[in-house]
Ligand binder design. Structure first.
Ligand code: GAR
Length: 217
Protein backbone atom coordinates (compact mmCIF):
# COMPACT_ATOMS: atom_id res chain seq x y z
CA UNK A 1 0.00 0.00 0.00
CA UNK A 2 1.23 3.47 -0.94
CA UNK A 3 0.87 5.46 2.30
CA UNK A 4 0.19 9.19 2.52
CA UNK A 5 3.26 10.95 3.94
CA UNK A 6 2.39 13.06 6.99
CA UNK A 7 4.33 15.88 8.63
CA UNK A 8 3.03 16.64 12.13
CA UNK A 9 3.67 20.05 13.71
CA UNK A 10 3.46 20.44 17.48
CA UNK A 11 4.35 22.83 20.30
CA UNK A 12 3.75 20.75 23.41
CA UNK A 13 2.59 17.49 24.90
CA UNK A 14 1.69 15.84 21.63
CA UNK A 15 -1.12 13.57 22.78
CA UNK A 16 -2.79 14.03 19.38
CA UNK A 17 0.52 13.18 17.73
CA UNK A 18 0.54 10.01 19.87
CA UNK A 19 -2.94 9.11 18.63
CA UNK A 20 -1.63 9.39 15.06
CA UNK A 21 1.51 7.40 15.89
CA UNK A 22 -0.62 4.63 17.41
CA UNK A 23 -3.02 4.55 14.47
CA UNK A 24 -0.19 4.53 11.94
CA UNK A 25 1.33 1.49 13.65
CA UNK A 26 -1.36 -0.65 12.05
CA UNK A 27 -0.20 -2.25 8.80
CA UNK A 28 -3.42 -1.30 7.01
CA UNK A 29 -3.46 2.38 8.09
CA UNK A 30 -3.18 4.42 4.88
CA UNK A 31 -0.78 7.11 6.17
CA UNK A 32 2.57 7.31 7.92
CA UNK A 33 4.32 10.06 9.81
CA UNK A 34 7.62 10.92 8.14
CA UNK A 35 8.59 13.92 10.27
CA UNK A 36 7.55 15.74 13.43
CA UNK A 37 8.43 19.42 13.81
CA UNK A 38 8.21 21.39 17.04
CA UNK A 39 8.82 25.12 17.47
CA UNK A 40 9.68 24.46 21.12
CA UNK A 41 12.74 22.45 22.15
CA UNK A 42 11.05 21.20 25.36
CA UNK A 43 7.92 19.82 23.65
CA UNK A 44 7.29 16.32 25.00
CA UNK A 45 5.91 15.35 21.60
CA UNK A 46 9.47 15.34 20.22
CA UNK A 47 10.26 12.49 22.60
CA UNK A 48 7.11 10.63 21.61
CA UNK A 49 8.22 10.86 17.97
CA UNK A 50 11.78 9.68 18.69
CA UNK A 51 10.49 6.73 20.70
CA UNK A 52 8.46 5.76 17.65
CA UNK A 53 11.53 6.04 15.39
CA UNK A 54 10.25 9.13 13.59
CA UNK A 55 12.49 12.05 12.56
CA UNK A 56 11.85 14.69 15.24
CA UNK A 57 13.13 18.17 14.49
CA UNK A 58 13.01 21.32 16.58
CA UNK A 59 12.79 24.56 14.63
CA UNK A 60 12.81 27.10 17.42
CA UNK A 61 11.02 30.30 16.38
CA UNK A 62 13.31 32.18 18.80
CA UNK A 63 16.26 31.43 16.53
CA UNK A 64 14.74 33.56 13.76
CA UNK A 65 14.17 37.30 13.70
CA UNK A 66 10.99 37.14 11.62
CA UNK A 67 8.20 34.71 10.81
CA UNK A 68 9.15 34.24 7.15
CA UNK A 69 12.61 32.70 7.62
CA UNK A 70 11.21 30.52 10.43
CA UNK A 71 8.48 29.26 8.12
CA UNK A 72 10.89 28.90 5.18
CA UNK A 73 12.91 26.48 7.31
CA UNK A 74 9.76 24.54 8.19
CA UNK A 75 8.78 24.42 4.54
CA UNK A 76 12.25 23.17 3.64
CA UNK A 77 12.09 20.32 6.18
CA UNK A 78 8.58 19.33 5.10
CA UNK A 79 9.65 19.35 1.46
CA UNK A 80 12.84 17.37 2.15
CA UNK A 81 10.67 14.71 3.76
CA UNK A 82 8.28 14.74 0.77
CA UNK A 83 5.36 15.49 3.09
CA UNK A 84 1.97 15.28 1.37
CA UNK A 85 -0.26 16.34 4.27
CA UNK A 86 0.66 18.61 7.20
CA UNK A 87 -1.18 17.94 10.45
CA UNK A 88 -1.11 20.75 13.00
CA UNK A 89 -1.51 19.07 16.39
CA UNK A 90 -1.29 21.66 19.12
CA UNK A 91 1.03 23.87 17.06
CA UNK A 92 0.64 27.20 18.79
CA UNK A 93 2.30 29.70 16.41
CA UNK A 94 0.27 31.71 13.97
CA UNK A 95 1.25 30.95 10.38
CA UNK A 96 1.54 33.66 7.71
CA UNK A 97 -0.73 33.61 4.64
CA UNK A 98 2.37 32.91 2.55
CA UNK A 99 3.05 29.62 4.34
CA UNK A 100 -0.62 28.67 4.58
CA UNK A 101 -1.13 29.19 0.85
CA UNK A 102 1.87 27.04 -0.01
CA UNK A 103 0.10 24.19 1.81
CA UNK A 104 -3.44 25.06 0.77
CA UNK A 105 -5.71 21.99 0.96
CA UNK A 106 -2.69 20.00 2.15
CA UNK A 107 -2.70 21.20 5.77
CA UNK A 108 -5.23 20.45 8.53
CA UNK A 109 -5.57 21.61 12.13
CA UNK A 110 -7.32 20.40 15.25
CA UNK A 111 -9.02 22.97 17.45
CA UNK A 112 -10.79 22.41 20.78
CA UNK A 113 -14.17 23.99 20.02
CA UNK A 114 -17.12 23.63 17.70
CA UNK A 115 -15.90 26.08 15.07
CA UNK A 116 -16.80 28.70 14.00
CA UNK A 117 -17.58 29.26 17.70
CA UNK A 118 -14.71 29.92 20.09
CA UNK A 119 -11.75 30.55 17.86
CA UNK A 120 -8.50 31.33 19.64
CA UNK A 121 -7.44 30.45 23.16
CA UNK A 122 -9.23 29.45 26.41
CA UNK A 123 -12.06 27.82 24.50
CA UNK A 124 -13.28 25.71 27.45
CA UNK A 125 -13.35 28.58 29.96
CA UNK A 126 -15.30 30.72 27.51
CA UNK A 127 -17.83 28.00 26.62
CA UNK A 128 -18.49 27.25 30.30
CA UNK A 129 -18.72 30.95 31.10
CA UNK A 130 -21.28 31.45 28.31
CA UNK A 131 -23.37 28.54 29.55
CA UNK A 132 -23.60 26.81 26.17
CA UNK A 133 -24.79 23.20 26.42
CA UNK A 134 -22.31 21.78 23.92
CA UNK A 135 -18.58 22.14 23.55
CA UNK A 136 -16.54 20.15 21.09
CA UNK A 137 -13.60 19.89 18.76
CA UNK A 138 -13.03 20.43 15.06
CA UNK A 139 -10.62 19.27 12.40
CA UNK A 140 -10.43 21.68 9.49
CA UNK A 141 -8.31 22.58 6.49
CA UNK A 142 -6.14 25.59 7.28
CA UNK A 143 -6.76 28.99 5.76
CA UNK A 144 -4.94 32.25 6.38
CA UNK A 145 -7.47 33.50 8.95
CA UNK A 146 -6.89 31.87 12.36
CA UNK A 147 -9.05 28.80 13.16
CA UNK A 148 -10.80 29.11 9.84
CA UNK A 149 -11.19 26.85 6.82
CA UNK A 150 -13.30 24.01 5.42
CA UNK A 151 -14.46 21.75 8.25
CA UNK A 152 -13.68 18.07 7.95
CA UNK A 153 -14.90 16.53 11.21
CA UNK A 154 -16.43 17.67 14.50
CA UNK A 155 -17.40 16.14 17.82
CA UNK A 156 -20.12 17.71 19.98
CA UNK A 157 -19.61 17.13 23.68
CA UNK A 158 -22.29 18.06 26.24
CA UNK A 159 -21.15 20.34 29.04
CA UNK A 160 -22.07 18.63 32.34
CA UNK A 161 -23.47 20.20 35.46
CA UNK A 162 -20.54 21.55 37.46
CA UNK A 163 -18.16 21.15 34.52
CA UNK A 164 -14.72 22.72 34.94
CA UNK A 165 -12.33 23.73 32.15
CA UNK A 166 -10.08 20.83 33.18
CA UNK A 167 -12.81 18.19 33.17
CA UNK A 168 -14.05 19.48 29.82
CA UNK A 169 -10.54 19.52 28.37
CA UNK A 170 -10.07 15.88 29.38
CA UNK A 171 -13.33 14.85 27.69
CA UNK A 172 -12.53 16.79 24.55
CA UNK A 173 -9.08 15.24 24.35
CA UNK A 174 -10.51 11.72 24.16
CA UNK A 175 -12.62 12.79 21.17
CA UNK A 176 -9.69 14.58 19.55
CA UNK A 177 -7.64 11.38 19.79
CA UNK A 178 -10.42 9.42 18.16
CA UNK A 179 -11.04 11.99 15.42
CA UNK A 180 -7.56 12.87 14.21
CA UNK A 181 -6.61 9.39 12.96
CA UNK A 182 -10.08 8.99 11.43
CA UNK A 183 -9.91 12.34 9.63
CA UNK A 184 -6.46 11.61 8.22
CA UNK A 185 -7.69 8.20 7.06
CA UNK A 186 -10.56 9.81 5.14
CA UNK A 187 -8.12 12.09 3.33
CA UNK A 188 -5.59 9.33 2.68
CA UNK A 189 -8.28 7.12 1.18
CA UNK A 190 -9.47 9.96 -1.05
CA UNK A 191 -12.88 10.01 0.64
CA UNK A 192 -12.81 13.68 1.64
CA UNK A 193 -11.80 16.64 -0.45
CA UNK A 194 -12.29 20.38 -0.62
CA UNK A 195 -14.68 21.67 -3.23
CA UNK A 196 -15.98 25.26 -3.45
CA UNK A 197 -14.75 26.05 0.06
CA UNK A 198 -16.38 23.04 1.75
CA UNK A 199 -15.40 19.46 2.42
CA UNK A 200 -17.28 16.90 0.39
CA UNK A 201 -17.31 13.20 1.21
CA UNK A 202 -17.56 10.00 -0.77
CA UNK A 203 -21.02 8.41 -0.72
CA UNK A 204 -19.94 5.54 1.51
CA UNK A 205 -18.72 7.79 4.36
CA UNK A 206 -21.00 7.11 7.34
CA UNK A 207 -22.87 10.04 8.92
CA UNK A 208 -24.68 9.78 12.27
CA UNK A 209 -28.42 10.18 11.99
CA UNK A 210 -29.16 10.84 15.67
CA UNK A 211 -29.17 14.30 17.23
CA UNK A 212 -28.07 14.98 20.79
CA UNK A 213 -30.21 16.84 23.36
CA UNK A 214 -28.76 18.27 26.56
CA UNK A 215 -30.07 18.15 29.25
CA UNK A 216 -31.63 14.89 28.08
CA UNK A 217 -35.24 15.21 26.96
C1 GAR B 1 -5.35 20.13 21.60
O1 GAR B 1 -6.44 20.14 22.50
C2 GAR B 1 -5.65 20.96 20.38
O2 GAR B 1 -7.01 20.96 20.03
C3 GAR B 1 -5.22 22.34 20.83
O3 GAR B 1 -4.05 22.11 21.57
C4 GAR B 1 -4.14 20.84 22.21
C5 GAR B 1 -2.86 20.09 21.99
O4 GAR B 1 -2.80 18.94 22.78
N1 GAR B 1 -4.99 23.19 19.71
C6 GAR B 1 -5.26 24.48 19.69
O5 GAR B 1 -5.71 25.09 20.65
C7 GAR B 1 -4.96 25.19 18.37
N2 GAR B 1 -5.63 26.42 18.29
P1 GAR B 1 -1.70 17.83 22.51
O6 GAR B 1 -0.34 18.54 22.42
O7 GAR B 1 -1.76 16.93 23.71
O8 GAR B 1 -2.04 17.11 21.23
Amino acid sequence: MRKLRLGVMISGNGSNLQALIDAAAAADYPARIVVVISNRPDAYGLERARKAGIDAICIDHKDFDAREPFEDRIHEVLSEHKVQLVCLAGFMRLLTPGFVNRWRDRMINIHPSLLPSYKGLHTHDRAIEDGVRFAGCTIHYVRAEMDNGPILMQAAIPIANGETPDSLAAKIHTYEHRMYPAAVKLIAEGKARVSAGKVVFADDVAMPDEGLVSPSA
